[in-house]
Design a protein around this ligand. Structure first.
Ligand SMILES: Cc1ncc(COP(=O)(O)O)c(C=O)c1O
Length: 470
């Protein structure tokens, strides 16, 4: 704690304070619940924060997906929705924004990220092929597996260690990638699946140097490189902040350069792009684009709306432009970091360095005596909700699911509870309330008991599984 109780956050870090580059025009009331109400709600939800009703939640840090506050410009843009079935004006605005900021030539709109993952996985993976990537993501890996592929983790080892302070923990380990290509042969590698930033590692970035080297390696073996661009703007901010040579380059220019090293990307626009729904898939190969556009009409909607309304595409086109502004992205990541700095200052174990979209509590260090079979991160999310009504989510053994070959739980090294910060939604005071709740749970952690799973769905179990106290 500061020895000067009246210092601002900036003063505590020996700098001038900065603030969000926007002011609030519309507000939404929040409801504070009693401990008894929360106990009942959590039991009804099977101790799974995904199954809580949002009216029972006070500060909602379940996800940053689709939870952003849109700007007045985006809401105004929604009134310009051209709801023509085919060739909507808004699609062409979206296409232009993706081309300008993400560099790709051909754009297929999709209803959200997993719609795009479905299309690229079916188009680019042949059964029996391998898909190397920088740590799995739940929906991404599932679509790769459903297309007959096998995901292989080729992220650097530092990413699996919550305490390792490597500045680019999302990097691909080039030796691991090359060893896989040599062992299996380039023809058995569908493509390299690169995520920026890496969600499951704690929102950790990939350096420009790394994407350049991966590109060169892929070129040597004739392997394609596709990007999960869901949080690539946040990744660009970290490159500007940490990588030599980029301090004076605008985030939007860094983003463009980063994407230009890849052959295409899929996008959950519900994150970086400041909208509540939407996604896209974009590639440079015209033949692949034809194929993807044709699949879009089967699974998503026409190739000029892909499951989105015209108004959604307009909000998205405007959101892309707002998301790449330097002052916006600094404030966004600054807020996440503010919460992280309070927690580390109190000695509470989190993934370090703090990443782009969330604080990840290290549940193994909260509850060293709860084994992964009793779901420490799920337990921690439940305890946090009981304490204050703050909703977080599990990113550990439940999210990792089962190995399709053996049917056993996959036991990830990282057992984390994610406090995900929606964009432009909460204030610094909300972050203080969250920090105090985490501290209360930390200070009363001794004697906490784990959970047992009493219902397990087949796919993406973390969304719908139910638990009881062990
Ligand atoms: C890194 C990453 N990729 C893909 C997705 C899937 O996107 P969506 O939730 O829009 O289907 C998500 C979102 O959960 C994500 O975080």
């Amino acid at each position: 704690m500061s020895e000067h109780p009246f210092e601002t956050a900036g003063q505590q870090h020996q700098r001038r304070s900065w603030a969000e580059p926007w002011k609030i025009k519309v507000v939404e009331p929040l409801r504070v619940t009693s401990p008894a109400e929360r106990q009942r709600a959590l039991a009804e939800a099977g101790y799974n924060t995904f199954l809580l009703r949002s009216e029972d939640v006070y500060i909602d840090l379940l996800t940053d997906s689709g939870t952003s506050a849109m700007s007045d410009r985006q809401w105004a843009g929604m009134m310009l929705g051209d709801e023509a079935y085919a060739g909507s004006d808004n699609f062409y605005h979206l296409e232009a924004a993706v081309r300008e900021h993400y560099s790709y030539k051909w754009v297929v709109p999709t209803h959200q990220g997993r719609g795009a993952e479905h299309l690229i996985s079916r188009a680019a993976i042949e059964p029996g092929q391998f898909v190397p990537g920088n740590m799995y993501f739940t929906t991404t890996r599932l679509h790769q597996e459903l297309a007959g592929g096998t995901f292989v983790d080729v992220i650097i080892d530092a990413a699996h260690d919550a305490t390792n302070r490597h500045p680019f923990k999302g990097n691909i380990d080039l030796a691991k990638l090359e060893a896989l290509i040599r062992r299996e042969g380039a023809a058995k590698v569908a493509y390299v699946s690169l995520a920026a930033t890496v969600n499951m590692a704690g929102g950790q970035p990939v350096s420009m140097e790394n994407v350049r080297s991966v590109r060169a390696l892929c070129d040597r073996y004739g392997v394609r490189l596709y990007l999960d661009a869901t949080r690539a703007v946040e990744n660009a901010f970290f490159i500007q902040e940490r990588e030599p040579g980029y301090a004076n380059m605008a985030v939007k220019a860094i983003l463009h350069e980063f994407c230009s090293h890849t052959d295409g990307a899929w996008m959950s626009a519900k994150k970086d792009s400041l909208v509540n729904i939407g996604g896209w898939l974009a590639v440079n190969d015209a033949d692949l684009f034809e194929q993807l556009g044709n699949m879009a009409v089967v699974y998503e909607g026409l190739h000029t709306y892909g499951g989105m309304a015209g108004r959604d595409m307009e909000a998205l086109a405007i959101g892309i432009t707002e998301s790449v502004q330097d002052d916006y992205i600094r404030a966004r990541i600054g807020q996440v970091r503010y919460l992280g700095e309070i927690l580390t200052g109190w000695g509470i174990p989190i993934v370090e360095p703090v990443g782009g979209h969330a604080i990840f509590l290290d549940a193994k260090r909260f509850y060293p005596s709860i084994t992964q079979d009793q779901f420490p991160a799920q337990t921690l999310a439940a305890q946090l909700y009981l304490d204050s009504g703050v909703r977080s989510m599990e990113r550990g053994v439940v999210s990792a699911g089962r190995d399709p070959a053996t049917g056993d739980h996959r036991y990830p090294k990282l057992e984390l509870t994610r406090l995900t910060i929606p964009r432009r939604v909460y204030t610094q005071a909300h972050m203080d309330v969250v920090a105090e709740s985490v501290r209360a749970v930390w200070e009363t952690r001794d004697g906490t008991e784990g959970l047992r799973m009493v219902f397990e769905p087949r796919y993406l179990r973390f969304f719908q599984a139910r638990f009881e106290p062990a």
